[in-house]
Design a protein around this ligand. Structure first.
Ligand code: SF4
Length: 95
């Protein structure tokens, strides 16, 4: 038993189950998130710069909806607008 009166084995099992909840729940969930520090560093803006936008940037990753996506160089950000722009814009190769 530990100091809380809970048997050690049960205490460890409960901790293991609780630790696995994010692993079980995370796949398939789309949780919106932004990477504010990198957005600031790259001077991300939610509007195009002339004809340059995330939609025609090589780094853009289309998201589950046409309104939002991601960026290969801004990890953890799922709210990149196809209409956005940043200083790392790189022309997407013609397809
Ligand atoms: Fe948009 Fe910049 Fe990422 Fe290109 S590098 S997709 S312009 S945020």
């Amino acid at each position: 038993m530990n100091e809380n009166g809970m048997p050690r084995r049960r205490f460890l099992a409960t901790g293991t189950v609780l630790a696995m909840i994010p692993l079980i729940c995370a796949p398939g969930l789309s949780v919106a998130a932004t990477n504010a520090s990198l957005r600031t560093s790259l001077k991300y803006q939610g509007k195009p710069e002339g004809d340059k936008s995330c939609a025609n940037c090589a780094q853009f990753v289309a998201g589950p909806t046409k309104d939002l996506g991601g960026c290969k160089i801004i990890p953890g950000d799922t709210e990149i607008s196809p209409q956005g722009y940043c200083i790392a814009w790189t022309k997407k190769a013609p397809q």
